[in-house]
Design a protein around this ligand. Structure first.
Ligand SMILES: [Zn+2]
Length: 347
């Protein structure tokens, strides 16, 4: 990105920071902050003792990326890391887009974003609430500002977990180590806890709706209801469908983000410099549409030159056709998005 484009984005973001407060993290004085102007994090080890200090920093410096530590430290500004003295650390899950393969990786589409949202909903509704007993009011969900969601568990019981324990949670959520043999020996029913119940319900549904084709369908369903798996595990379809259900039910969380207790994570309420979208705190995930609800730039049209092949895209309810290396008049919010992605320049 050239200086001219950089200055343009900076002016846009400065408008935003002049008018909006970020979502200040719990115990701000114990958090390490990191900021990016070129990269996601150009420097870190920053400390703010008050909300006003952070707000002033954002308004004055207008960073392109703002992150804060999931950890709480006695001295978040200290270097190297061990001198910070960690007290504990929020439990956070990162759900990212799995590319649909229909466009270059740097772009997204409704399908990609929809899958990430479905993963986040599944993480909450199928795992964190029923299996871990996390109260809904202790969960917060943030759009990352680009392609995914961060789910934060604001519950003291989880803040003391070490990296290794967090890794076990990730394995559980992603269904790693879930074994068909052990599953069958447990003779699970649809109301069995955690994965046993989830997998049983998945396989039973597939039998009921005819996705699994077998003449002994009714017998199998009856056996599942009674918790008898001996004949099912001998069937030709069982292992294939077991793996398919495991894949469909897994939460697909990023292992690195959750296990790294020193991680810096996007601060909600700040702008993601690569999209111009705000990393928004989500109130109703089911209804949330990032390409509408996280847009901050205005509608006025500006002229840009698109410098690569950009797939068709929809933003703020407006459909934009594919654009290949040419001049275009675009609403500012879309121009900001393409300039941030380094796919357009000002004219
Ligand atoms: Zn896609």
């Amino acid at each position: 990105m050239e200086q001219r484009e950089r200055d343009f984005l900076k002016r846009e973001f400065a408008h935003f920071y002049a008018k909006h407060e970020p979502n200040y993290p719990h115990m701000i004085e114990s958090r390490e902050f990191g900021f990016g102007f070129e990269k996601k994090i150009d420097f870190r080890h920053k400390r703010f003792n008050t909300h006003e200090e952070l707000k002033k920093y954002l308004v004055t410096n207008v960073p392109f990326f703002c992150s804060y530590s999931v950890a709480y430290y006695t001295a978040p500004e200290a270097k190297p890391m061990e001198n910070k003295i960690m007290m504990n650390s929020d439990l956070v899950f990162d759900i990212d887009v799995h590319d649909c393969g229909k466009h270059p990786d740097k772009f997204v589409c409704d399908e990609c974003l929809g899958r990430a949202k479905a993963d986040a909903l599944r993480l909450i509704e199928e795992f964190l609430v029923p299996d871990f007993g996390v109260a809904r009011e202790d969960l917060s969900v943030n759009f990352s500002g680009n392609r995914g969601y961060h789910v934060h568990v604001n519950d003291d019981r989880y803040r003391g977990l070490k990296g290794k324990e967090r890794a076990e949670i990730v394995n559980f959520l992603n269904g790693i180590g879930l074994d068909a043999g052990i599953f069958c020996e447990e003779n699970p029913k649809t109301n069995s806890p955690a994965w046993f119940g989830k997998m049983t319900r998945c396989i039973k549904t597939k039998l009921e709706n005819g996705e699994i084709k077998t003449p002994k369908r009714a017998d199998y369903i009856e056996n599942i209801e009674r918790g008898i798996w001996s004949s099912i595990r001998e069937s030709t379809w069982f292992h294939r469908e077991f793996e398919a259900c495991k894949k469909a039910m897994a939460a697909n969380v990023d292992a690195q983000v959750t296990t790294d207790v020193h991680r810096l994570i996007r601060l909600p309420g700040t702008i993601h410099g690569e999209t111009g979208l705000v990393a928004k705190k989500v109130v109703d995930l089911e209804k949330f549409d990032p390409l509408k609800d996280a847009v901050v730039a205005g509608d006025e049209e500006i002229e840009v030159e698109v410098t690569e092949s950009v797939p068709a895209f929809a933003m703020k309810g407006q459909e934009f056709a594919e654009i290949n290396n040419k001049k275009a008049r675009l609403p500012k919010y879309y121009a900001v998005y393409l300039i941030g992605k380094n796919a357009a320049r000002l004219l």
